[in-house]
Design a protein around this ligand. Structure first.
Ligand SMILES: CCNC(=O)[C@H]1O[C@@H](n2cnc3c(N)nc(I)nc32)[C@H](O)[C@@H]1O
Length: 239
């Protein structure tokens, strides 16, 4: 929760289409909540891809030499999941453009596709195709924080959204303990009935089921520090 020491935050209204889209996603995927982790890992992977691609022509983007990976930390006592990527990160304006607004055409197309889709399964795949998977975080979270640092900006910002709210806030991240060299850290404060997702073995199972083809290493935080989550198939010759 934001305490007094936080930097001042600015409040924004979601663009109307976004509010409608969030309600639609939460209602249509209610029976398939576990897809949230696949969608958020997919966004993290896209952010790492963007960085790798841009790094080819703009090597200075890679100046903060941190490994390109995705780290998932669970806090089962408090029902919190953290997903951190060392991707390109977002500027303050990008937070507004990417999370507070959506191209009208995108929503209309998504709505039509949703109507045409037959079963719930199709719905969950549709949100990935339309790049709107971020909002699936609100299937299981009462509050989502997106702390992000882009090499294009000298400041780190925190976007905060609450379930069933028509507004979100953005403030500068000034807490020294929360600084990122680059990339994005999502903090999911899980709903009372969904705190079970904050168990490491459940996260591991979801990562194995849904995200085995991500082209970056995914680490889950255990008590004993980060361990490699996705087995790399041993070369039989070396096994
Ligand atoms: C419709 C919701 N919008 C998004 O999910 C967009 O937000 C941005 N986004 C979401 N998670 C992100 C992430 N982890 N890193 C970066 I860079 N951008 C991210 C991307 O531009 C997504 O297309």
């Amino acid at each position: 929760a934001s305490d007094a020491s936080d930097s001042p935050s600015e409040k924004f209204e979601y663009q109307a289409e976004v509010s409608r889209l969030m309600d639609l996603i939460v209602n249509s995927l209610y029976s398939n909540k576990e897809v949230f982790l696949r969608e958020l890992i997919s966004n993290a992977s896209d952010a790492l891809d963007k960085l790798r691609f841009l790094g080819v022509t703009e090597p200075e983007l890679l100046k903060d030499a941190v490994d390109l990976d995705i780290r998932i930390q669970t806090d089962k006592e408090n029902g919190i999941i953290t997903i951190t990527d060392s991707g390109i990160g977002m500027t303050r304006q990008e937070l507004v453009d990417c999370l507070g607004t959506i191209a009208q055409s995108g929503t209309a197309k998504f709505l039509k596709a949703l109507k045409d889709s037959k079963d719930a399964g199709a719905d969950s795949n549709l949100i990935g195709q339309f790049g709107v998977g971020f909002y699936s975080a609100f299937l299981v979270s009462e509050r989502v924080e997106v702390s992000t640092k882009s090499p294009k900006s000298d400041k780190q910002y925190v976007w905060v959204g609450e379930a069933n709210s028509s507004t979100y806030t953005i403030r500068e991240e000034t807490d020294p303990a929360k600084q990122l060299p680059r990339g994005t850290r999502l903090t999911l404060y899980l709903k009372r009935d969904d705190k079970g997702y904050a168990h490491p073995e459940r996260v591991e199972k979801l990562v194995k089921n849904y995200s085995q083809f991500v082209s970056f290493p995914i680490y889950t935080w255990q008590e004993k520090g980060f361990t490699k989550e996705v087995e790399v198939d041993e070369d039989p010759a070396e096994a």
